[in-house]
Design a protein around this ligand. Structure first.
Ligand code: GTP
Ligand code: SPV
Ligand code: MN
Length: 600
């Protein structure tokens, strides 16, 4: 059915295993997208929104048991358990294959099997890679249309012998003879999101939502790609990519890793509060970087759309996202207004008087429950974002000058801290901790280490990944980006955010930019290089001197209290932790102790 014999054999094999009623090779056309949305509407799971308010857009309500990534059911199936490492769930590849083969047997009965050829990255880019997802979910097909490049151009690029990552997906709910499908079929009791990094395969069963089901995203572009990148000497990261231009027209590209629901989309689309400066978007979630001939790291956004957190997105926080959402969108698990439009917490300052909530129940501001699920998401083509950079689909990628690491930290971590070199920057990335969000199932607010924002997404042993970062820094001829550790989420004693965030983050970006061009001052401190108290433009911000000193202070006691926690964390990885990181930790401790003694 295609020109690629390996692909044809795989399609035949899966068809025999899953026993679908019909098979469709997806062409990525608008007609195909419309067929999917019509099927979802007929099934009662999608609802067309008011075309006068939100043209060609749909509200989808998932099963309430299928609303986020499920990390506890996500597996790395490497031959050796040590290659998955202590932060991943490991399963023996043969055993997992046998478990999954049993589950997939006949799982598409009564359904159509869609074969979705997709490119992660602009078709033909030397940084891009191809995958093929087989899925029995029309929601997945439609979402993949928006989130990736699907169709004939991809098959042409694949040719007769091109490489692709096979991504097998089923919602895991065959339809018995004569019965009709559940509106949102899923099988949470038998959920598996399984990765085979050595053979570069993905098998996902039982969920239709987000990262569990759109396999090009976290499964391929991060877990499998990170393992590919290690072998091939490049980086696959959970990072936004933005283009920052100053009032004089000088520009630089910045990448930034923040854990799920910690501000990547917002930073990528930021409207700077500093006159004359602009931010343009290259990517909002994933970044693939390879060395160019000039020794710089060139980045592409492997995705073609945004699957963004809806709650908190409003005209005051992210007007570019709001403008992008004018039409042609899928909204999942948001609330519905009386006139057939959408709403979520933070979209407007005042909630509407009456809504239908994400579960389909009547809702008023007194209901005491969220109207939209906290992990409600919008799916929209990147091209619709008014801030999208002209070069976002450049085949050669964009050269990265700075990398930011960050997370939600109520205390200790200052607003911005520059690493003196790549090794210290890698150390910064390795110790990132963040409060858990609704993007994954589980307890919200708990502080956990999330190195490089890759904790749930690294397809191999995290300590080997750190070594890979160290190795990248030792590449001969490399012109490496500067690395910064930022924190927008510092809280005061009453629990409010000290830093206004959002558009005001441009003030930190300005300092980063000037540091990259060698024009801003920094002070060497025990924890890294910090701006001087006047190094960041805090004008017209309404920040007290107290707040500024909280944001920029070196909390020696707080850091000293972290040291044993970091030591214990590193120890949990055993021998594999790079010596370079242990050295970073030891010298940090020494500098902190010296500083504590000095001020005592
Ligand atoms: P994923 O798509 O899950 O990877 O998330 P993301 O990193 O793209 O997160 P996103 O930008 O969607 O932000 C998630 C939440 O954080 C939203 O509710 C935002 O309103 C909030 N947020 C983003 N930036 C800031 C900021 O600078 N300050 C504060 N206080 N909140 C922010
Ligand atoms: C994340 O959780 O980091 C996301 C959403 O970007 S999902 O695609 O569900 O992984
Ligand atoms: Mn993400």
């Amino acid at each position: 059915m295609t020109q690629n014999p390996r692909l044809n054999r795989w399609i035949e094999e899966i068809k025999t295993l899953c026993e679908p009623d019909a098979l469709v090779l997806c062409d990525g056309s608008p007609e195909e997208y419309n067929r999917m949305m019509t099927a979802l509407t007929d099934a009662g799971v999608a609802k067309p929104l008011n075309p006068g308010l939100r043209p060609n857009s749909y509200l989808v309500r998932s099963d309430p048991a299928d609303v986020a990534r499920v990390e506890s059911r996500t597996f790395i199936c490497s031959a050796q358990e040590a290659d998955a490492g202590p932060t991943n769930h490991w399963a023996d590849p043969d055993q997992m294959r046998s478990t999954l083969t049993d589950l997939f047997k006949g799982c598409m009965r009564g359904r159509t099997m869609y074969v979705i050829p997709f490119s992660m990255g602009p078709v033909g880019s030397p940084i891009a890679h191809i995958g093929v997802e087989i899925s029995d979910s029309p929601y997945v097909v439609a979402s993949m249309h928006i989130m990736t490049r699907v169709g004939r151009a991809v098959l042409a690029e694949l040719g007769t012998d091109g490489a692709f990552v096979p991504c097998l997906h089923s919602v895991g709910q065959p339809i018995p003879d004569g019965a009709t499908s559940a509106p949102w079929p899923c099988n949470p009791e038998n959920l598996y999101v399984a990765h085979f990094p050595e053979t570069r395969e993905i098998w996902s069963f039982g969920s239709g939502y987000g990262g569990n089901a759109l396999l090009g995203k976290k499964c391929f572009a991060l877990r499998i790609a990170s393992a590919m990148a290690r072998q091939e000497g490049w980086l696959a990261e959970h990072m936004l990519i933005l283009k920052l231009t100053n009032a004089a027209g000088e520009y630089r590209y910045v990448a930034g890793a923040f854990p799920s629901a910690c501000g990547k989309t917002n930073l990528a689309m930021l409207v700077p509060s500093i006159p004359g400066w602009t931010v343009e978007t290259v990517g909002d979630d994933i970044c693939w970087m390879k060395f160019g001939e000039d020794g710089q790291l060139y980045a592409i956004n492997p995705e073609a759309g945004f699957f963004g957190v809806a709650p908190g997105t409003g005209m005051d926080t992210n007007p570019n996202a709001m403008a992008a959402l004018h039409g042609n969108c899928i909204f999942t698990n948001v609330a519905e207004t009386e006139d057939g439009d959408i709403w979520w917490e933070g979209m407007t300052p005042e909630p509407p008087a009456r809504l239908t909530d994400w579960l389909g129940n009547p809702w008023t501001p007194d209901s005491g429950t969220p109207a939209a699920h906290p992990n409600a998401r919008f799916t929209v083509s990147a091209a619709q974002c008014p801030a999208i950079a002209d070069e976002w689909e450049d085949l050669k990628g964009v050269p990265i000058s700075a990398i930011l690491f960050g997370g939600r930290r109520a205390s200790v971590v200052p607003l911005v801290n520059e690493a003196k070199d790549w090794a210290q920057g890698t150390f910064f990335g390795s110790i990132v901790a963040s409060e858990k969000t609704a993007a994954a199932a589980g307890k919200i607010g708990e502080l956990r280490r999330d190195p490089m924002a890759m904790l749930p997404f690294c397809g191999y042993n995290m300590a080997d990944y750190w070594q890979h970062w160290i190795n990248i820094g030792q590449t001969p001829g490399a012109k490496l980006p500067k690395i910064f550790y930022v924190n927008w989420f510092r809280k005061d004693d009453s629990g409010g955010f000290v830093w206004p965030g959002f558009g005001e983050n441009a003030r930190v970006l300005e300092w980063v930019f000037e540091r990259c061009l060698g024009r801003a001052e920094a002070i060497d401190t025990p924890i890294g290089r910090l701006p001087t108290l006047t190094g960041i433009n805090f004008a017209n911000l309404d920040l007290t001197d107290d707040a500024i000193s909280t944001l920029l202070k070196v909390d020696v006691g707080g850091w000293l209290a972290e040291i044993p926690l970091i030591e214990a964390y590193y120890e949990s990885f055993g021998e594999k932790v790079p010596d370079a990181l242990w050295e970073q930790l030891a010298s940090l401790k020494q500098r902190l102790l010296a500083s504590a003694e000095h001020s005592a």
